[in-house]
Design a binder for this molecule. Structure first.
Ligand code: NI
Length: 163
């Protein structure tokens, strides 16, 4: 178990498409454990392998703190509705931006035993699934931001003023 360095926007590893996982290995199990540690250490809701410098189609997501998902070769097979809201990324620290995503997605993937699973998510989970899957194709949410990226401190001040 180890915390890996999170790569930041501007590093080319975040802009490349990732390769499918064709067989599970001890090395990949260690990578997955490290991704989980790195996600929780950073208080994130999702992390994709390229964010720790590995071009493999693996993501870990936990939107509630007790619902960890490990998805290998994930693929969106259904989506519905729309949600518009602020989104952030561990690779773009301190910033947020408004992105429109589906409000519901259904994803097929393999789990870490390479068994086929299906995951359905709405709201934050749907957003996280879309965001993390984009990483696997070399895309960051900043490409989809409506308006401009805002500083998280600015956003906090805004919210305080609204209260
Ligand atoms: Ni991200």
């Amino acid at each position: 178990m180890a915390i890996r360095t999170i790569r930041e926007m501007g590093e080319t590893v975040l802009e490349k498409p990732c390769k499918e996982v064709t067989e599970m290995t001890d090395r990949l199990q260690v990578l997955i454990d490290d991704m989980i540690d790195t996600l929780y250490d950073a208080n994130g809701v999702g992390l994709a392998a390229p964010q720790v410098g590995i071009l493999k189609r693996i993501v870990v997501i936990d939107t509630t703190g007790d619902n960890l998902l490990v998805l290998i070769n994930p693929r969106i097979i259904e989506s519905d509705g729309e949600q518009t809201g602020y989104e952030g990324c561990l690779s773009v620290p301190g910033k947020s931006g408004i992105v429109t995503r589906p409000n519901y997605v259904k994803v097929t993937a393999l789990d870490r035993q390479m068994q086929q699973i299906t995951v359905e998510g709405t709201e934050l989970l749907a957003r996280a699934l879309c965001h993390e899957l984009d990483h696997l194709d070399g895309h960051l949410y900043v490409e989809k931001v409506e308006g401009r990226l805002v500083d998280n401190r600015e956003l906090m001040n805004q919210r305080e003023e609204e209260e």
